[in-house]
Design a protein around this ligand. Structure first.
Ligand code: PLP
Length: 493
């Protein structure tokens, strides 16, 4: 992209010095931008999933200073194509890394409208429709997940935020007054329990909440990478004897590496039996990815026991086709959130007598995220969403069967949802085998055909194939397995 030439820009573009883009221009460019989006989605499957750029390549192509005069939209849109050289295509049908996601059509349209309205639903008064739509749409999703009506929902940007907010509420319930005095005001150290497979967002929440990384005690898992309730009970008893205060247990439905599902009912029972204070230990369910599966009636069992939790997070932006930035936190006692976060300084006080979502979390300003979830739920409908999730599970099963039948590969975890963990076998020592699996991952990803990610299970290298994009077909899956097989053979010897 060329450096800015102010004189040339001035010739090209006589933007008004004041005011917004005129609406006739918005209409015209809006059509062009939407065409760009539709063209991109039409051809995204033909692009290499991972960009072939090195660190700094894109930055070097960008002007190092902002334009002095405004630029024509045509020039900006034209440069988008060049930016694509450095895009990892999350909307690609063969994006199988991490958790595959989709910024779907209805979600994309909703993002456009959201920006146009530019609402800030911090208070009911600042955005009555957005506040009430958030109440309605979180309740719709609650029904789809089969959670009891006692749960009320709020939408945050990410599961990291949802979990941080939930654990702040748990901390305040066990250590009332921390909000006033800070942790310096309490003599006891708090602990949170989770399996060793828990997502790193929990540790980050504990760092943020001043509980520190020591505030997490990891609990042993079984052969299927699920938390062992017996080990949880022992860990809590052991800690209490040593003077720790149990604050919360985090159980995961769909762990990040293997998508294992912790036994919620048994874990909830431990939270009840091993309580220290008046309430059972706060149970937070991290269903960021896996909890969404409950939208398909035959998979609703993944949330069995979640009704006994204090808080549950699911991410529509992971497996419910909603563009990034949509995580729904459900809590049974909204008062627990408000006891931490409600401050209402004078300039925010109203006498509307309504729910103000700013009281439910640490953010004052909030994005209007409910609209995109509402449009996604309405456009696809419960049956349509379930059918799509079901198809992803079917494709994952197909991968699992292929791996199980293949001499070169082994499957290293059960496949309860839509992610398969596998490894190539070379009959060499573990260190060399792990090295070759790393090389295999790099080779598949360098092919441009697909993007897989890696993890470790029981200390060994693992490749993950995670299916979750609406454009993924059986053909995409088979093409990826072919590349995997071909590259694995190349590494023999
Ligand atoms: N929980 C689980 C199980 C996850 O897999 C992830 C991310 O992949 C998270 C939480 C964090 O999600 P977010 O990126 O929305 O913070």
């Amino acid at each position: 992209m060329p450096e800015h030439d102010p004189q040339q820009q001035a010739r090209q573009h006589a933007a008004p010095l004041l005011g917004d883009m005129p609406t006739d221009e918005l209409r015209r460019h809006g059509r062009a931008a939407l065409d760009w989006v539709a063209d991109y989605l039409d051809r995204v499957g033909d692009l290499p999933v991972l960009p072939r750029v090195g660190p700094g390549d894109i930055r070097r192509r960008l002007p190092s200073s902002p334009p002095v005069r405004g630029e024509p939209v045509e020039a900006i849109l034209a440069d988008l194509d060049r930016l694509l050289d450095g895009v990892t295509h999350w909307n690609h049908p063969r994006f199988f890394a991490y958790f595959a996601i989709t910024g779907s059509g209805p979600g994309i349209l909703a993002e456009l409208v959201t920006a146009a309205l530019n609402l800030n639903p911090m208070l009911w008064r600042t955005a009555p429709a957005a506040t009430e739509l958030e109440q309605v749409v979180t309740d719709w999703l609650r029904q789809l997940l089969g959670l009891p009506s006692a749960f009320r929902g709020v939408i945050f940007d990410t599961a990291s935020t949802s979990t941080l907010v939930a654990l702040a509420a748990a901390r305040e319930r066990e250590l009332p007054g921390v909000r006033e005095t800070g942790l310096a005001g309490v003599a006891v150290r708090g602990r949170v329990y989770a399996s060793g497979e828990v997502n790193a967002s929990v540790e980050k929440a504990l760092i943020t909440l001043g509980l520190g990384r020591d505030g997490l005690r990891t609990v042993a898992t079984d052969a299927a990478f699920r938390m062992q309730p017996g080990a949880l009970a022992e860990a809590i008893d052991d800690d209490v004897r040593a003077g720790w205060l149990p604050l919360a247990v985090v159980a995961t439905v769909g762990t990040t590496s293997s998508t294992s599902i912790d036994p919620l009912t048994a874990v909830a029972e431990v939270c009840r039996r091993h309580r220290v204070g008046a309430d059972p230990i706060w149970l937070h369910v991290d269903g960021a990815y896996g909890g969404i599966a409950a939208v398909a009636p035959e998979l609703r069992h993944v949330l069995d026991g979640a009704s006994q939790a204090d808080s549950v997070v699911v991410n529509p932006h992971k497996w419910l086709f909603t563009p990034i930035g949509c995580s729904t936190l459900y809590v049974r006692d909204v008062g627990a959130l408000k006891r931490v976060f409600s401050l209402a300084p004078v300039y925010l006080r109203t006498d509307d007598g309504v729910e103000d979502y700013t009281d439910w979390g640490f953010q004052l300003g909030r994005r209007f995220r409910a609209l995109k979830l509402w449009m996604v739920l309405r456009y696809f409908g419960a049956d349509g969403l379930a059918a799509r999730i079901r198809e992803h599970v079917r494709l994952a099963q197909l991968v699992a069967d292929w791996v199980d039948r293949h001499d070169r590969f082994e499957r290293v975890a059960p496949v309860p949802l839509s992610t398969v963990c596998l490894r190539a076998r070379y009959g060499v020592d573990p260190v060399e085998e792990d090295r070759r699996n790393g090389a295999l991952l790099d080779a598949v990803n360098a092919s441009g055909t697909a993007f897989l990610s890696h993890t470790q299970l029981r200390g060994r290298a693992v490749l993950r194939i995670a299916i979750g994009n609406l454009r993924t077909t059986e053909e995409d899956v088979r093409a990826t397995l072919e590349v995997l097989e071909r590259e694995a053979e190349r590494l023999v010897g």
